[in-house]
Design a protein around this ligand. Sequence first.
Ligand code: NDP
Length: 344
Amino acid sequence: MSAQIIDGKALAAATKAEAAAEAAALKAKGIEPCLAVILVGENPASQVYVRGKVKDCGECGIKSLELRMPETTTQEELLAKIAELAADKTVNGILVQLPLPKQIDERAVIDAIPPEKDVDGFSPVNVGRMQTGQPCFLPCTPAGCIRMIESTGTKIDGKNAVVIGRSNIVGKPAALLLLAKNATVTVCHSHTANLKEICANADILVAAVGRAGFVTGDMVKPGAVVIDVGINRGADGKLHGDVNFEEASAVAGYITPVPGGVGPMTRAMLITTLYRMSGSPAVTGENPYSDVPAGSYYEKAVIWAMQKGVANGMGGGKFEPDTRVTRQQAVTMLYRYAVKIAGI
Ligand code: NDP
C-alpha cells in the first residue's frame, strides 16, 4: 500500500474539540447552543444516527433535544412540530432525520425548516446561496469531504476533480464546493459513458455511489486523493465503502477508510454548523443569517447606527436595535448604510 490514510476519526476529534471550546465560550456569554433532532418512526439505522448526533452534542457541551414521533405521524403533525421549534428562540438548529415514513413528503418537511436553523444545509435557501457563492450553512458530508481533502495539504485550485454520484445531499453539493475552490469538476452518474477513463484522470476522486467496491484500482490516477463517501452493509455484516480499498490504496496518494473516514467527519461538521448558528464568529464566516452581513462593513455600520441612535450594539452575533425604533426599521437602515459604504 502506498497511499496515506486520511484519518477521519482524528480529524473529527480535532473538529469536535474546537466546537467544545467554542460552545464553552458561547456559554460564558450566556448563549447555550441547542440542537433539536426529530426522529419519526422506528428505522433502526436512523435510531443509530440520531443517538450518535445526540452523543456528539453531549461530548461538545451542546444541549440537544431528541424528539421522537411515532411511525403513524402525519405530515401536518410533523410540520406543526417544526413550526414550534422554528419559533423557539432557545433552539438554534433543527434536524429531521431522513428517511421519513411514506405518508410524509420529505421535500415539504425540508422546505419548512427555516434556513437559519437548517443544520443539514438542505433547505432551498441554503442550497441556492451555496450555488451562488453566498454565505450559508453547508451540508455536512460534502463540507467534511472538502476538509479532508484540504487536510492533506493538496491545493484544490486547478485540479481535475471527479465526483461519482449526483444526489442532492452528497454528489451535487460536493461538486459545487469543489468548483467554488476552482477545481475543474466532472460529475458522473449512472448514465455516464467512459466512467473508468474519466475517473482515472482525476486528481481528486469523490465516490458517493452506494455500491460496495465500485471504484477499482484501475480507476484511480497514481497519487490521487480518494474520498470514499459510501457506506454499504456487506453480506459479512461489516461496513464497506464505494472504493475497493486494497486496490485503490496501492495507487492513490491519499485515501479515506470506511469505516473511520467520511462518517465521523460528517458528524463533526454538524456540530461545527450548529455553533456557527449559535452566533460563534470563530469559524469561517459568522452566522450568515445574523441581521447584517459579517465583515468590516458590519462593524462600521453598527458604529454608524449607534451614532444615529438606532442601535445599542451587538450581542451574540445579533444586532441590537435601540428601543425607540422597530427591529425592522433599524435593520433596514443599517443594511442600506452598509451597502452604501461598501459601494455596491
Ligand atoms: P444516492 O443513491 O442518492 O445516489 C447515488 C448516486 O450514484 C446517483 O447519482 C446514481 O446515479 C449514482 N450511481 C449509482 N449507480 C451508478 C453506476 N453504476 N455508475 C455511476 N453512477 C452510479 O446516494 P447518496 O448520495 O445519498 O449516498 C451515496 C453513498 O454515500 C451511500 O453509500 C450512502 O450510504 C453514503 N452516505 C454516506 C454519508 C456519510 O456520512 N459517510 C452521508 C450520506 C451518504 P443516478 O443519479 O444516475 O441514479
